[in-house]
Design a protein. Structure first.
Length: 293
């Protein structure tokens, strides 16, 4: 269950309201990288995470904090949009917010686009979702940084600095949750990639451009066993597509399947793991129960 406490996670104070900046702030309320999207993404991932109670708790903790951040952003937006309620000139500058929303917050981004569940990245594969969450926090951090650069109000800057800082906190937590699965960095899912072709870097963009760009060389072509393959269009042999010959089971899972599971988990009966034997109780090495909550 959820319980609301009538106190902001961070107390918001501003000086002079700035209606146009308030409109910019809507990006972090109803935008693709905003707090509502983060709260819904992590919470839904958590509800679905019945195969790892430790990381489910992590997702629910951060998802709930993101709702608190949404409340903080909403308070900041309302303070900056306050003139829309009394100043006709300010109201005419943003009729969507003024007329449709009464000068308050609504689930739109800074361009008036409605919030959509398409913003959410939920795959049901824990390590994939954790990677998505790390990227989501990084994107939100950059948005806050850019918002800070567009205001001189000290109270607004402090509020945004708080929110921006918490993005890095969450990145640390998600990264720790991913690393502690002890999986090889490119081990995803249950099927292995086809050998040979998996290490071929395809040089698909060639020639010289009008902005000084040309064929470049870098570690992205040679690290992790990668090697350059030229296109047949450029005199090369192309990708070794003939090496693909059906699926290959047995991808490394690290400790992803060892965690304590919910009583509703059917992990040992799911496709690709039938007959693997029960591990419902887990071995207790990955996460431990909280005390005194």
């Amino acid at each position: 269950m959820y319980h609301h406490v009538k106190k902001l996670m961070y107390t918001v104070n501003i000086g002079e309201p700035d209606v146009r900046f308030g409109n910019m702030l809507l990006e972090q309320f109803g935008g693709a990288n905003g707090e509502l999207a983060a709260a819904m993404q992590y919470t839904i991932q958590g509800w679905n995470c019945v195969d790892d109670l430790g990381r489910r708790d992590l997702l629910m903790d951060i998802g709930t904090e993101e709702l608190s951040h949404l409340e903080v952003v909403g308070a900041l937006i309302r303070m900056h949009l306050k003139p829309l309620k009394t100043n006709r000139q300010a109201a005419e500058a943003d009729p969507l917010v003024t007329i449709a929303g009464g000068g308050g917050v609504a689930l739109f981004d800074s361009m008036g686009n409605a919030w959509t569940a398409n913003y959410l990245k939920v795959t049901g594969e824990l390590d994939v979702d954790l990677r998505s969450n790390i990227a989501a926090e990084a994107r939100a951090k950059i948005v806050y940084e850019r918002l800070i650069d567009h205001t001189d109000d000290p109270g607004t800057i402090d509020t945004l600095q708080f929110l921006m800082t918490r993005e890095i906190t969450h990145m640390k937590a998600f990264t720790a949750a991913l690393d502690s699965l002890e999986k090889a960095p490119f081990s995803i899912g249950r099927l292995k990639p086809t050998p040979g072709i998996v290490d071929e870097y395809f040089n698909g963009s060639t020639g010289d451009g009008d902005e000084g760009d040309t064929d470049m060389r870098g570690p992205w072509e040679s690290s992790f066993d990668l090697h350059l393959v030229e296109s047949p269009m450029n005199g090369g042999k192309g990708l070794s597509v003939g090496e693909v010959n059906g699926k290959i089971a047995g991808e490394d899972r690290g400790r992803q399947d060892e965690s304590q599971k919910a009583t509703t988990s059917v992990a040992d009966e799911t496709l690709g793991k039938k007959g693997a034997g029960s591990s419902r109780a887990g071995n207790g090495r990955v996460a431990t129960a909280k005390r005194g909550r």
